[in-house]
Write a protein that binds this ligand. Structure first.
Ligand code: PHE
Length: 453
């Protein structure tokens, strides 16, 4: 059932604009803050190998699936699911889950992004100079304990996000992605070169740690890799679907998806080569967890030549990466209200921005913050199961085949993709969910794969 809604929908100017915006969504705090610390905590190379497997066989097919639903229906998530079922169908709940996730994720994402903004200024104004590890840790704790400071940076970051969304698809999201993404790539390359020149020993050690798969595998590593793949590729909540809905009918979806996954993975791996050298060089352990970037790095920046600029550049990089992701998270809610209630984008960007900003206030409490993160870990793969089943079983094969093969000659790959979304991915993700609820213990899964402890 297709309705004849002919209201002009904003569109990307072309394939490059779309790829940069979608890569901007994917590349974010998850890559530069999350991936290195998870690689550190989960033992390095072996975790990275499993992660790459997840990106290729789970992430990439789901990216294709989401973009396909969006491009085909030209609608935001809830309406898109209704198009191939009905307005009251349970499938629409997958879209509802996406809109809820958009508010939940943004509430804490903007808080972390606020910390990075704060750290950018602190580095520039030399607030970390001469401080040892305990003192920097204390500074981070102080920030987490100071309500007004956190709230101000959170509001500033939300303001920047809304400012971009206000401009719309082509003149807002695409324009800023085209500015911020190249700067981000350049900053990243600059930081890697810096590491190679000034921290050669540490860089070699980082490369070994990141790329040489060595046991033993941490029991929960497989699940951390699946969860990370979903978060980093912005999957399971309709972000790629929404971005896909602004894509023209000529673009080649599988090729664009390979670019998005490739760029995202490249930046995540490069982030390890930026974050770890400074740690190895100082004989510290890369197992610092979520505080790695905020607690260890400023101390270590103190110990190298020009560390203050290195630090400011690093945190600026994080801000840019977070910004292009934050706009995509918030866009899911904005597209929903525009499509369903036909409100103007400009008005809705501001209203949704304020609501999401307020929803973030409770995240100054660590416990609440933790709950929101847990909800995300659960909701994204759950969304992934239903999105895969939807394209695999609910959308007509004729439609998905056509969407898959527009602009390319990849017809031979279609059955492989179809098998993955119909069978493989739903099964793997269901096992993941059962594990989250402890119905299938991690040990049994590791024993099954022969990973042992
Ligand atoms: N992919 C983003 C990151 O890596 C986060 C994100 C999650 C964005 C879900 C959109 C949707 O930081």
């Amino acid at each position: 059932m297709k309705d004849n809604d002919t209201t002009a929908r904003d569109q990307w100017s072309g394939r490059i604009g779309f790829i940069l915006a979608a890569a901007g969504s994917a590349i974010g705090l998850g890559n530069i803050w999350g991936f290195p610390y998870k690689t550190g905590v989960n033992g390095g190379g072996l975790f990275v190998l499993i992660y790459l497997f997840c990106i290729l066989f789970i992430g990439l097919p789901v990216v294709i699936a989401e973009i396909m639903i969006g491009r085909n229906t030209q609608k935001s998530p809830i309406a898109a699911f209704a198009q191939y079922s009905s307005k009251r169908s349970p499938w629409c709940l997958v879209g509802v889950l996406g809109v809820v996730c958009s508010v939940v994720i943004m509430s804490y994402y903007s808080m972390i992004a606020g910390w990075t903004l704060n750290y950018c200024f602190k580095s520039l104004f030399r607030c970390f100079d001469g401080k040892n590890f305990q003192e920097v840790t204390q500074l981070f704790k102080n920030l987490q304990g100071t309500t007004w400071e956190q709230l101000i940076w959170h509001i500033v970051f939300m303001g920047m996000t809304v400012g971009i969304l206000y401009g719309g698809i082509k003149n807002g999201i695409e324009k800023w992605s085209k500015i911020l993404m190249p700067i981000l790539f350049l900053l990243m390359i600059g930081l890697v070169l810096y590491s190679f020149i000034f921290l050669f020993q540490g860089t070699v050690q980082s490369l070994r740690f990141t790329f040489l798969p060595k046991g033993p595998l941490k029991p929960e590593a497989i699940f951390k890799a699946v969860g990370q793949a979903f978060f980093t590729l912005s999957l399971g909540m309709g972000t790629m679907l929404t971005y896909g809905s602004y894509l023209d009918k000529k673009s080649d979806i599988p090729k664009a998806s390979v670019w998005i996954c490739g760029l995202d993975t490249f930046i995540a791996l490069i982030a390890c080569v930026v974050v770890f050298p400074i740690i190895f060089q100082n004989n510290a352990e890369p197992t610092g967890g979520p505080g790695l970037v905020f607690e260890s790095l400023p101390v270590l920046f103190n110990t190298i030549p020009g560390g203050m600029f290195f630090g400011a550049a690093f945190f600026l990089l994080l801000v840019f990466a977070a910004l292009t992701s934050a706009i995509s998270i918030t866009e899911v809610s904005i597209a929903f209200v525009i499509d369903h209630f036909h409100f103007s984008r400009k008005k809705m960007s501001i209203i949704i921005g304020i609501l999401v900003c307020l929803a973030g206030f409770p995240c100054i409490h660590q416990t609440y913050f933790g709950w929101m993160e847990y909800l995300t870990d659960l909701a994204l793969p759950l969304g992934g199961i239903f999105i895969s089943l939807f394209v695999g079983w609910k959308m007509p094969k004729k439609v998905t085949f056509e969407e898959f093969t527009i602009g390319n000659n990849l017809a031979k790959m279609y059955p492989v993709w179809l098998f993955l979304v119909r069978v493989f991915i739903p099964i793997i993700l269901t096992i993941f969910m059962l594990n989250m609820f402890n119905i299938i213990p991690t040990e049994s899964i590791n024993a099954f794969f022969g990973f042992g402890n």
